[in-house]
Write a protein that binds this ligand. Structure first.
Ligand code: IMP
Length: 181
């Protein structure tokens, strides 16, 4: 595990607020997809694993769960512009309904790359959802169809999201505050 500067975590979004928001989002998604076809819910590894687990349990729809992994931050705090697919889907999505689940849209490179890749496979419908959005950080013009919370330009952890592979297991979203300065 790489060394990190000492930091503390200040709670930004409580577990209770996240749960309430997911319940509301699931209702909107349910209204969009009528349930006549199985929905392929695609989680972007690794940051979305907690969100997708809670989201699918609120979705009153037949779902299939699959995962795709794209390289983004590595182990640091800087986003990379070049997105590589480290693990692809197991399922074909041609002519199927797809929901892509992302943890955070930051610069937008990851979501736009994955969206383009999956649209090229000719799904019947493809929608995107992100738990968090940092709109002020955007470098690529992309927006998820549903967003849980818009947040300011802060580095956050918890609820599946890491800093150098730490803190994914926090039940809430917290802001990283460095204590050495
Ligand atoms: P983008 O390509 O810059 O939009 O980056 C998206 C990815 O960067 C997310 O899926 C996260 O994995 C990671 N990321 C962005 N902001 C944060 C953060 O505040 N904490 C931890 N990871 C982040």
């Amino acid at each position: 595990m790489p060394d990190t500067t000492p930091y503390v975590i200040d709670e930004m979004i409580s577990a209770k607020s996240i749960a309430a928001r997911i319940e509301a989002l699931a209702k909107e998604i349910r209204a969009e997809f009528d349930g006549s076809e199985q929905l392929v819910v695609v989680g972007l590894l690794r940051g979305s694993f907690v969100f997708i687990a809670d989201l699918v349990r609120e979705l009153d729809l037949p779902v299939e769960v699959d995962f795709i992994e794209a390289s983004s931050y590595g182990d640091g705090m800087e986003s990379s512009r070049e997105v590589r697919i480290l693990k692809d889907l197991r399922s074909g999505i041609e002519n199927r309904d797809v929901l892509v689940v992302e943890d955070i849209v930051d610069t937008g490179f990851t979501l736009s790359h994955v969206e383009r890749l999956l649209r090229n496979r000719a799904p019947r419908r493809l929608k995107t959802i992100a738990l968090l959005d940092k709109p002020t950080r955007r470098e690529v013009d992309v927006r998820a169809d549903w967003t849980g919370f818009e947040i300011p330009d802060e580095f956050v952890v918890g609820y599946g999201i890491d800093y150098a592979q730490r803190d994914r297991n926090l039940p809430y979203i917290g802001k990283v505050r460095f204590t050495s300065d």
